[in-house]
Each structure stands twice: as C-alpha cells, then as structure tokens.
Design a binder for this molecule. Structure first.
Ligand SMILES: C[S@@+](CC[C@H](N)C(=O)[O-])C[C@H]1O[C@@H](n2cnc3c(N)ncnc32)[C@H](O)[C@@H]1O
Length: 353
C-alpha cells in the first residue's frame, strides 16, 4: 500500500509533470490561442469522446482543435502514466529507461512527454511518435522540441518495422484504431513491452479483453492482472484521483469536465521469458466500504491457478496511522500484498504483508 495517492511501490523518484496553460502555450501550433477559444473547442470535442469510435474523428484535422486538445487533455492525461508506472516494480522501471519508446497514436505527444519526464529518460534514447494525423505529429514535434530542445523526436505517420527491444505504448488510441489494427502493429513491431492507457469504459473493456487473450500467447501480463489466468471480471478498470496545476483546474471548471477523477483501463505486458516474471499481488477493483474496524475492497487475485474476484477485509487494528490514512485515499487499481487469515463466508479476512 502506498502512502501518498500516487507514489511508487518501489519509491521510484518520478520527475514532476504538472504543467500550467502558460507553460504549454508557447509550444502550441496556435501559440496565441486564448482561454475562451480553448474552452469552446474542448467543449465541442469532449462530446465526441463520449461517443462510439466511429463518431470520434475530426478534432485531429485542424490546428486550432489540436492546440485546444493539447492545452487541456495533454496535462490532464499525463498523470495517468504516473499512476500506472507507480504500480510497477523498480526493476521494470529501470529496464524501461534505455529502451526505444514508441508512442502509437501519440496525439500532441502526451505520453512521450510524460515518459521522458517521469522516468528521466536520457537524451540518447530513441523516442518515436506515430500518428495518422500530420497535424498531431506537428504538434507533438513542437511540444517535444519545446520541452527537450536538443533532443531528437521522430514523428511518423506509419511505423511498420520490427523493434524488438522497444516499449510500445498506446494512449487512448486503441479506442480509435480498433483492436485488430492495434494487434497488427504489436505483431509487426514485436516489442519487449506493450502498454496501454485507454478509456475506462464498459464498452471498450470486452475489446481490450480480447486483445489481452491474444497477447497472452507471447506476453505475460504485469498489470493489472495478478496472473495470466482467465479474467473473472466483466468490467475491470482503474480510477485515479488526482489534481492539476491551478490554471488547468480552472480550464476544467470552465469546460465543466471533471479531470480529478480519471477512470482508465491500463495494462502492461512483457514478452514471455523462460523464467516467468508473473506478478502475484492482488489488484483493488472496487471499494466496498469503511467500517469502524475495517476497510473492505473487492480485489482480483490469483489462487490455485485462477484469477478470482473476492471481497477482502483489512482490519484497522493491524494498520499504523499512515497506512490507515493511505487507505482512505486509495485508488481503484492499487496493488496489495497480503496473506489470507480467515475465510468468513464469501469474504477473506487478510493481513497486509
Ligand atoms: C484520443 S487521441 C490520444 C492522443 C494521446 N495519445 C493522448 O492520450 O492524449 C488518439 C490519437 O490516435 C490517433 N490515431 C487514431 N487511429 C490511428 C491509427 N490507426 N494510427 C495512428 N494513429 C491513430 C489519432 O489521430 C489521435 O491523435
């Protein structure tokens, strides 16, 4: 259990990512875009993001729309990567640092920027943004060049080479390209790691589950599942509770979009090795209740070769003050290590380890 809302299980020192509108503005394609214009355009495009894939579309084709997207969604999506990385062990984070990073559906460079900043990626490491929209690529190039002036960022419309030592990342783009295309790209690039952060919707979940099943032939899942066994859920997602820089909070209020509670579906896979690197911790999938004596959560955990969804009870008398405080603020998607003390009906009484 972590002490702060977003801190690594491994106490990895992530670089800061909070950005203000003023810090982003000089790097926008339309650098004189005004706050009222951003508000108007984000309000229009947000309606499209809540629709089905075939209706999402044209926000990528116009410089002003892309600048508005970058002003609002870039800084509010970046913390999702911090959340996801904080759930991974230090040896995996260390292993990421020198690998080529391919941001597929990079948009304005949201997760390329977050990756560089959070993991302190050295200048020599290859960073590649792929997007079907040339305007998005131009925006990503300007943003990456703005924040890392002396470093190379390759922004390309197609990437169909093998890059077997890479980390292949999808940020809200499988939702648009569909799982067949995503899988084709994964098979072509054949990366060491596959990661995605996609919308946490119940519509998309069955699709991502199909992709999970297909990937498990060649990859082990590191997050969020406790093992490669069949998924017992009909909708598993994570919920990050966060805050943003004040000018971004202000934008969020003015467009009436809550960006402090961020549902998402995040997965991480690593190529199978002879020695399995499977995770074993349980993942919180739902908060049930806090009673006077305990916290109750529904978790997904592996037992006897199966992934199971069970209710666990954690007794407060075994927690110190910091742990208790952390539980009050904990996110759906947290990892927990515990031993089962007693099974009471359908509930497991557990002790954290
Ligand atoms: C919702 S945006 C996400 C941008 C960024 N990754 C983020 O999370 O803020 C999705 C991006 O995926 C791109 N995209 C959609 N289908 C694609 C495809 N088949 N190949 C490459 N990019 C694609 C779109 O142009 C768009 O920029």
């Amino acid at each position: 259990m972590t002490k702060n809302k977003v801190s690594s299980d491994s106490n990895w020192a992530f670089g800061p990512i909070a950005l203000s509108f003023e810090e982003i503005k000089p790097h926008l394609l339309i650098s004189n875009i005004t706050e009222p214009e951003v508000i108007k355009l984000v309000t229009e495009m947000s309606v499209k993001f809540t629709k089905k894939r075939e209706q999402i579309a044209d926000y990528v084709f116009e410089h002003r729309h892309v600048s508005a997207y970058a002003s609002f969604y870039l800084p509010t999506n970046m913390p999702k990567l911090e959340f996801l990385l904080s759930k991974l062990p230090a040896n995996i984070l260390e292993d990421f640092k020198n690998r080529p990073f391919i941001d597929f559906g990079c948009g304005p460079g949201t997760f390329s920027l977050a990756w560089k900043k959070l993991l302190h990626i050295p200048a020599h490491v290859e960073m590649i943004g792929v997007d079907s929209s040339q305007i998005m690529l131009d925006q990503a190039t300007k943003i990456m060049g703005g924040f890392f002036p002396k470093e190379k960022y390759s922004a390309v419309r197609k990437y169909s080479e093998k890059k077997s030592n890479s980390v292949l990342f999808f940020g809200h783009s499988i939702n648009e390209m569909g799982i067949e295309r995503a899988q084709d790209n994964i098979m072509t690039i054949d990366p060491e790691y596959v990661m995605w952060i996609e919308p946490g919707t119940s519509d998309l979940f069955p699709e991502l589950l199909k992709l999970r099943e297909n990937l498990l032939e060649h990859y082990d899942i590191l997050y969020p599942c406790p093992s490669n066994a069949k998924c017992p859920s009909n909708w598993c997602h994570q919920v990050l509770r966060t805050s943003h820089e004040p000018s971004i909070e202000r934008l969020s209020q003015l467009v009436s979009l809550d960006r402090k509670i961020l549902p998402m579906t995040a997965h991480v896979y690593k190529r199978k090795t002879k020695v399995a690197t499977l995770p074993s911790a349980a993942t919180v999938i739902r908060y049930i209740q806090e009673t006077k004596f305990s916290f109750e959560y529904e978790v997904c955990f592996a037992e006897e070769g199966e992934n199971k969804n069970v209710i666990i009870e954690i007794q407060k008398k075994h927690l110190d003050k910091n742990q208790e405080k952390a539980f009050k603020n904990s996110d759906v998607g947290e990892k927990l290590n515990f031993t089962v003390e007693k099974v009471i009906g359908a509930k497991y009484r557990v002790r954290l380890t």
